[in-house]
Design a protein around this ligand. Sequence first.
Ligand code: CMC
Length: 427
Amino acid sequence: MSEQTLTITDNRTGQTVELPIEHDTIPAIGLRQLKVQADDFGMMVYDPGYTNTASCKSRVTFVDGDRGILRYRGYPIEQLAEKSTFLEVAHLLLFGELPEASKLTDWNARVMAQTEIDQGLKALLKTFRADAHPMGILVSTVGAMSALYPDSKQVHDGQSRLQQAVRLLGQLPTAVAFAYRNQLGLPSTDPDGALGYSDNFLHMMGLSGDGEVDPVLARAMDVLFILHADHEQNCSTSALRNIASSDADPFCAIAGAIGALYGPLHGGANEAVLRMLAEIGSTKNIPAFLDKVKNREVRLMGFGHRVYKNYDPRAQIVKKIAYEVFEVTDTNPLIDIAVELEGTALEDDYFVSRRLYPNVDFYSGIIYQAMGFPVEIFPVLFALGRAPGWLAQWMELMSDAEQRIARPRQIYLGEAERPYLSMDERG
Ligand code: CMC
C-alpha cells in the first residue's frame, strides 16, 4: 500500500477506500465511492463555513494562523509593510514578483494614467442620497464598471484581464473620493497622476488640509492598504471566486466580493470597532462591557479570526502606525480604551481559552478616524486595499485548469415528496 494514501473503512458496510494524499488533503470526490446501496448518492463532507475545505490551489498568499505568519508571494508582511509601496505590492500580487526599478516606474505610471473616471459614472455617483452607506455606493460603482467596460467579458483573454485590473486599481480611489465629496455637497477634486497612489487618494478626499498631503499620513495610508492587500481564501475572496467561476466579468465578481466584505464579521468590523469603542466611552466601562461579551450579548469586535489563533501580524503593525499618525494628527482618545480593552481581554480566560486576539480591524479605524475619515467609509478603505488581492485571485482562478463552476452540495432535510394541497385543504 502506498504511504501517500488515506484508507477509510465505512463501518456501515465494511467497504474500504484508499484515497491519494496530496498536500495533506484528499480529493473530496473520492468519498463518493462509499455507499450503502448501489444507487445511493455516496458520501460527502459536511463543512458549514468551509472551516476545513480547500477550494483551490493558490500561489498568492500564505497564512499560518497558529504562528501568526502572513506572506504575499513568499515575502513576509512585516518586510513589505516596511519597505514596499502599495502599487509595488499590487504588482507582486498580480505578477508574482517584485518589479525592477524601471518596471515599477512603468507600472505606477500605467495605474496612475487610469485614475480619471467616466462622466457616466460621475453622473451615477451623484444620484446617491447623502446618507447612503459608502459600501452600497461602492458595490454600485464597481457593478457600473461592468456596464462601462463590456470588453471585461473577455475573461479568458490575459491582456483584457490585465486591462480591467489596471482600470479598477486606477479608478476606484477616484470614484470613492468623488462619491464622498458629493455626499458632503463639496466639489470633487481631480486626480493628480503625478502623485503617489495614497497621496493622490488623500488629496482627492480633501484630507490634506490646505497644503500637500503630509508624507507620514500618505505612508500610513499606503501601509494600511498593503496590510489589507490579500488574505487568501477569506469570505469576500471566496465570494469573488464563486462568482467568477461562472465566467462572470471581474467587475461583477468584485462587486459581489465587496458585498461580502461589507458585513461586520468581515471588512465591516473596522467600522463596528469604532462604534463599539465610542459606546464603551471610558476605560472604567471596560469590565462591564467584557461581561456583556462573555454573556454573549455582544461580540468584541476586532477580535478573533477564523485562521489566526495567535496575534494577527497585521494588527501589530497597525498598532505601531497609530502612534506614528498621532504625531501628525491629534491623538484619538479611543486608542486608550482600545489598548486597555486589548490588555484586559488578553488576560481573561474567555479570550485566552478561545485563542481570541486582536485582528487587523481592531486598531485600523482609530487611525482612519484620526486622519479625518468618517466611520462609514472605513470598510471602503479595506476594499481599496483588498482590490489587488481580489484581482490576483481572480487571475489565478481564470488560468487554473482544475477549477470548475463553484457548486457546493447540500444535505436535504426538507419534506419528502407530497401531493399539492388545494387552498381549502391548507392550514
Ligand atoms: N467576541 C467574543 N467571542 C468571540 C469572538 C469575539 N469577537 N470571536 C469568536 N468568539 C467566540 C465564539 O463565541 C466561539 O465561542 P464558543 O466556542 O464558546 O461558542 C469561539 O470564540 C469561536 O468563534 P467562532 O464564531 O466559531 O469563530 P469563527 O471562525 O466562525 O469566526 C470571526 C471568526 C472573525 C467571524 C469571529 O471571531 C468574530 O465574529 N470576530 C469579530 C468580528 C471581527 O472582528 N471580524 C474581522 C475579522 S479580521 C478581518 C477580515 O475579515 O479579514
